[in-house]
Design a protein around this ligand. Structure first.
Ligand code: SF4
Length: 232
C-alpha cells in the first residue's frame, strides 16, 4: 500500500482532466515557493489534516464505473516516491490517471509518464526568469527538461501559466510563449491570477484585471494551435 502524504481530495470535477469526470488527490509537499501559490497549506511535506491513502482507495472503490479518472495534484505530486505505487493501484482499479505538475523533478516525471493519460504542466515564467517566481535556483532548467520529456512522450497535455503583473511583463510573457512554441508546445492556456487561497497579502491585493488584454492574448494565442484564457 502506498504511503502517499495527502492534503485533500476533491471527489468530483469535470475541469481538472479534459473530457473526464475525475477525482483529484492533492499531494502534500512542494520544494518551490511561488508567491502567488493558492495552495500554500500543501507546501509543507507533512500536515495535521492528512488523509490516509487507504481512505482514498476506499472512496475510489465506491466510484468505479462512475468516474473516468483520478488526477494527482498538489503541492508537487512528483516530490514523493510513494506516488508511483499509488498510480499503479489507481490504474488497477480501472481509472485513467492524470497529473498536475510544475515539472520540478524531471527524472521522476520521465518514469511516471508511461502510466499517465494526461498532464497539466504549470509553466511559471520564461525559463531564465523562473527563480524569481519559485525562489528555487535552477528551477527553470528543471521545468524545461520536464517540458521536453512530456512533449517527447506523446502523452496528452496542457501547458498553462498563471499570470500576475508582479511576476510577468508583456515582453516576458511573449518571450515565454515563444520559448514554448520553439519547444514544440501546441496547446497553451494563460490563467489570470485568482486571489483565493494566496497567503501573500501584497500579491493577493494587487490589481490583475487589465493585464491580459486582447492585444497580448491575440499575440500569444497566435503562436499555438490551441489557446485559451481563463479569467478569475
Ligand atoms: S509549484 Fe505550485 S504548489 Fe509549489 S509553491 Fe509553486 S504554485 Fe505552490
Amino acid at each position: 500500500m502506498s504511503n502517499l502524504q495527502i492534503g485533500g481530495l476533491t471527489p468530483l470535477t469535470s475541469t481538472d482532466f479534459p473530457g473526464c469526470l475525475a477525482a483529484v488527490v492533492f499531494c502534500q509537499g512542494c520544494p518551490w515557493r511561488c508567491g502567488y501559490c493558492h495552495n500554500p497549506h500543501l507546501i509543507p511535506p507533512h500536515s495535521d489534516t492528512r488523509l490516509a491513502w487507504s481512505s482514498v482507495t476506499s472512496f475510489l472503490h465506491s466510484r468505479q464505473k462512475l468516474l473516468d479518472a483520478v488526477v494527482f495534484s498538489g503541492g508537487e505530486p512528483t516530490l514523493q516516491d510513494s506516488l508511483e505505487p499509488a498510480i499503479v493501484e489507481v490504474l488497477s482499479l480501472g481509472f485513467n490517471v492524470g497529473m498536475h505538475t510544475a515539472g520540478t523533478y524531471p527524472a521522476r516525471l520521465g518514469e511516471l509518464l508511461p502510466l499517465l493519460s494526461w498532464v497539466g504542466m504549470d509553466i511559471k515564467a520564461a525559463f531564465s526568469d523562473y527563480d524569481k517566481v519559485t525562489g528555487a535556483p535552477s528551477s527553470g532548467e528543471r521545468a524545461r527538461e520536464s517540458a521536453r520529456l512530456l512533449l517527447a512522450s506523446g502523452v496528452s497535455y496542457e501547458f498553462r501559466t498563471t499570470v500576475h503583473p508582479l511576476y510577468h511583463t508583456r515582453d516576458s510573457l511573449l518571450q515565454l510563449a515563444n520559448e514554448l512554441r520553439e519547444l514544440g508546445v501546441r496547446n497553451y492556456v494563460l490563467q489570470e491570477f485568482r486571489p483565493q487561497g494566496c497567503a501573500d497579502e501584497k500579491v493577493s491585493s494587487y490589481p490583475v484585471e487589465e493585464f491580459l488584454d486582447e492585444e497580448l492574448c491575440g499575440r500569444v494565442g497566435g503562436m499555438f494551435d490551441s489557446f485559451a484564457v481563463r479569467r478569475g
